[in-house]
Design a protein around this ligand. Structure first.
Ligand code: AMP
Ligand code: GLY
Length: 438
């Protein structure tokens, strides 16, 4: 069996690693726009090319004839990588362009949920001109302003975090209107965020353990937003501030959202659904859907998957997930990213770092991201560099393991020491207690 993995980040390293553990011994081939030292150790062939160059991608795929592809990043999925591979007879774990609008258009996702009466939307409205934005924003109280397209995590501005007054917000709304002719305005939700990902096969959804990401660059949730500095998941596959009812609500919303999406597009969704949710005083609300594995979220859950990942992928493609017993080890994970100094705004680049793997505890998985290996040296490429996932019976132990592992990297880098610590988790439990009882 041969499997093509598209993408070259830590998420794709984790995908390759999960495939590498399969008893079916698949031959892994990679189409990547940069070298990844982790993927290089697993993949038999690595083709370097632009992820958006579908001619190059399909030429490579035609020659290699993989049994199926696993699509990592959002941009090629949103642009139709699955459609192009389908045309040459290669199925994908990853949805078509039409279905991917669930992620690539915020207004499409909100409208879809409304049209099919799926619960979970906050108060929201899409505007095509400035008319009425001020009045609607005042109705919402505090607002969030969203650019209506993929923006690498930088399209969303939250009142109180990115701007303070309504006038400042309106200036950003105008910028969005100028760029794309549309802007989404939403009520600002207050609570704790969590990620819930699902395997989806066109018929049913199988949930993965819930994860919480930490998007701010610096300790105590300060600094700019990033792609995610680190993530936690608990041994019971929930999070310390969630109730079973919260997880159930997120599942119910997602089952209905996939039903709505498939009805609207008249196509089966085969791939990964990744919901970003907020648990609020009024229950669980949807922040956004993505149609791919999260990064870092996948670095927590893929190492816990105890079912053969190849079987899971085949069930997604074949529509047989309901008959496949998908299981995860009951362990806690804490993932921490080591990033270049200056990240995310002015990161150092092409500077060498040293990772002494002998200093990384055995119970830690290492995932390479934006680092190149030249002459046996690891060179920072400007984005998140290396992730460490500690795996243990408790969050406290997993945190200790991940933190210890970060110390094995020497060079101009930093990470968030607070992710997964008792102090940060307790503050989030306390916050939710207050919100639920207020
Ligand atoms: P998104 O790209 O939609 O996931 O938004 C990025 C981040 O903005 C989320 O992770 C949240 O922290 C924040 N955010 C988005 N929508 C809302 C909302 N309606 N209320 C509060 N925060 C939000
Ligand atoms: N961790 C957030 C994302 O993958 O979009």
């Amino acid at each position: 069996m041969k499997i093509l993995v598209l993408g070259n980040g830590a998420r794709e390293h984790a995908i390759c690693q999960a495939l590498g553990k399969s008893s079916k011994n698949p031959e892994v081939i990679s189409y990547a726009n940069a070298h990844n030292p982790g993927i290089a150790q697993i993949a038999k062939t690595v083709e370097i090319g632009d992820l958006m160059d579908f001619q190059h991608l399909t030429r490579f795929a035609k020659n290699e004839k993989p049994d199926f592809a696993i699509l990592g990043p959002d941009d090629p999925i949103a642009t139709g990588a699955a459609d192009e591979l389908n045309k040459i007879g290669i199925p994908s774990v990853g949805p078509t362009k039409k279905l991917a609008r669930l992620e690539s258009s915020k207004s499409f996702a909100r409208k879809l949920l409304d049209k099919y009466d799926v619960p979970g939307n906050p108060k929201h409205k899409t505007f095509f001109t400035e008319e009425g934005i001020r009045e609607f924003s005042q109705e919402c109280g505090e607002i969030v302003i969203k650019y209506d397209g993929l923006a690498g995590g930088k399209g969303v501005q939250v009142q109180g975090d990115h701007f303070s007054t309504l006038d400042e917000g309106l200036a950003y709304a105008q910028e969005c209107l100028r760029k794309s002719g549309k802007v989404v305005i939403e009520e600002k939700l207050i609570g704790q965020e969590f990620s819930l990902m699902f395997f989806v096969d066109g018929n049913s959804l199988t949930p993965m353990p819930a994860v919480q990401d930490n998007k701010r660059a610096f300790v105590n949730d300060r600094g700019p937003n990033t792609g995610g500095m680190g993530t936690i998941s608990d041994a019971d596959h929930s999070l310390p501030f969630l109730t079973p009812k919260d997880i159930q609500q997120a599942k119910d919303i997602s089952i209905r959202a996939i039903g709505a999406l498939q009805a609207e597009c008249d196509e089966p969704f085969k791939g990964i659904l990744f919901g970003g949710f907020m648990v609020t005083k009024k229950g669980v609300k949807l922040i956004e859907y993505n149609v791919r594995f999260g990064d870092p979220e996948s670095l927590n859950v893929l190492p816990l998957l105890s079912t053969d990942f190849v079987d899971v992928c085949e069930a997604i493609i074949g529509g047989t997930l309901a008959e496949t017993n998908v299981e995860f080890f009951q362990q806690a994970t804490v993932c921490k990213y080591v990033v270049p100094e200056g990240y995310p705004d002015t990161p150092v680049k092409d500077v060498a770092i040293v990772l002494d793997e002998s200093e990384v505890p055995e119970e830690v998985e290492i995932f390479y991201a934006s680092v190149d290996k030249k002459n046996n040296e690891l060179l920072l490429q400007g984005s998140r560099a290396i992730a460490f996932t500690g795996i243990a019976d408790t969050l406290a132990e997993a945190q200790y393991l991940a933190e210890t592992a970060t110390k094995a990297v020497k060079g101009p880098v930093f990470h968030r020491e607070d992710i997964g610590t008792a102090e940060l988790i307790t503050s989030r439990i306390e916050m939710m207690k207050k919100i639920r009882t207020s």
